[in-house]
Write a protein that binds this ligand. Structure first.
Ligand code: AMP
Length: 433
């Protein structure tokens, strides 16, 4: 299948060619015909699968085929996203894919002044990309009227619920016309997300093309067992390897993100941190420097990095393991984008073993040895290959032979069923930042 098989207008076909896409990704192949047929979509897919184009391209086709002048304050398409970074990325995608079409778009999110956003809305918009809180503020002030929305998209619905947006979402859904098309995407499907989808969608087409574990399988995953006070040292050691050329590091808290970035900076590694306490400008600046390759390391908290779309990330390092296992999947999915390979390295201290076990259970891959005596594992050089076992990496590469710091690699895919997203009802605690 190629993009020529879709009945897109020439302007969209041209933009697809400009982007260098030749073959639709699985979610695009599965979703686009149904979106074009005006069906509701219930999509289980992560960022990195090409899901933005899966909804943006057919939406642009709809706008092109049903042209109307952009009405001030009255969008025809509303896309909701949990974070400003993701909202910006989606908006950029619409602009890229719609570059040969006459359509207007705007993006609104909190944390910045609303003046520019209001001005863009008053000029007229076809497509509005928004985070829920700012959207409602602007609706309440009369700057946005949702009564003409024809297509509603919820992207990363699970994350919106994690961040406590449920009450806002309910208000927004009540304000859009009943007679609309709804496209719903989520990386995971805990019960609360499925319930929201049920309330929102009419006779939806289910497109679950990426079970959680299959994206994970493409990424080489390593765990390094370290003492909690050894993490900084280990990180420096890892960064001596030039192969780690574009590195995203995750920490559990904003403060630790700052500390890690500062310490790396002090030893001459070009690093910066992004998290919720930084101004939007500072975050965007750091992101741009990172994307352009002028910053080698970006240190982030989970929320700040959500949806971050940088294609060349060579390594993800979990300086701290996440205590919500789903976040592990989100984190490591920042590398290995669009079919590329990637490496994820997790530093695990003794207090994080429980988190590691939860992650292994979720992804269905054993990242660490069961044996209490890892030495015996390495010396025999063989382990069972059944039941999702692990395989020692042999030479640990980054290692100094210190027996306390061992490295294991995940088993390559095969046999092990992906964790059924629908079976889980794991509701992460409210976002911490
Ligand atoms: P997304 O999941 O929407 O964040 O997309 C992930 C990345 O895949 C983005 O950098 C897109 O530009 C890229 N992408 C989307 N669709 C395709 C395609 N059909 N072929 C190649 N790359 C794509």
């Amino acid at each position: 299948m190629t993009f020529a098989d879709f009945p897109f207008c020439s302007g969209i076909q041209k933009a697809i060619a400009d982007a260098g896409y030749t073959t639709p990704t699985p979610i695009q192949a599965a979703a686009i015909p149904h979106v074009l047929a005006k069906k509701d979509i219930f999509g289980c897919a992560q960022t990195g699968t090409g899901k933005t184009a899966a909804f943006a391209l057919p939406i642009l086709q709809h706008l092109d085929a049903n042209r109307k002048a952009a009405a001030p304050t009255m969008p025809r398409v509303l896309v909701l996203a949990p974070t400003r970074e993701l909202a910006n990325q989606i908006h950029d995608s619409f602009r890229d894919y719609g570059r040969h079409l006459a359509f207007r778009s705007a993006v609104v999110y909190g944390g910045v002044g609303q003046f520019q956003q209001v001005r863009a809305l008053s000029r007229g918009v076809h497509v509005l990309v928004a985070t829920p809180g700012r959207l409602l503020d602007l609706v309440n002030q009369g700057h946005i009227n949702l009564s003409r929305v024809e297509i509603l998209v919820l992207d990363e619905a699970d994350r919106m619920l994690d961040m406590g947006f449920m009450p806002d979402l309910k208000r927004i859904i009540a304000a859009v016309p009943r007679d609309r098309q709804s496209l719903f995407f989520s990386a995971t499907m805990p019960k609360a997300v499925a319930e929201l989808a049920n309330a929102l969608l009419r006779d939806p087409i289910n497109v679950t093309v990426t079970p959680v574990a299959s994206t994970v399988d493409r990424i080489e995953q390593q765990v390094l067992f370290v003492g909690s006070s050894d993490k900084r040292h280990k990180l420096r050691e890892l960064l001596e390897d030039a192969k780690l050329h574009q590195v995203l590091i995750f920490t559990r808290t904003k403060r630790r993100a700052n500390d890690v970035a500062r310490q790396l900076h002090e030893i001459g590694v070009k690093a910066d941190a992004i998290h919720g306490n930084k101004s939007q400008n500072a975050r965007q600046r750091a992101l741009d420097l990172f994307k352009s390759g002028r910053l080698r390391v970006l240190v982030a908290t989970d929320i700040a990095a959500r949806g971050l779309d940088v294609d060349g990330i060579s390594h993800v390092i979990n300086f701290d393991l996440p205590n919500e296992p789903e976040n592990y999947v989100h984190r490591i999915g920042r590398t290995g984008r669009a079919g590329a390979s990637g490496v994820a390295i997790s530093l695990c201290d003794p207090g994080e073993r429980g988190h590691l076990r939860d992650i292994e259970r979720l992804i269905g891959i054993r990242l660490s040895p069961e044996s209490r005596d890892p030495k015996s594992v390495e010396s025999t050089g063989e382990r069972r290959h059944s039941g999702g076992g692990y395989r020692p990496s042999g030479n640990s590469g980054g290692g100094n032979g210190n027996g306390a710091k061992r490295r294991f690699r995940s088993r390559k895919p095969g046999g092990r069923p992906a964790h059924g997203g629908g079976q889980r009802d794991r509701r992460p605690a409210a976002a911490r930042n």
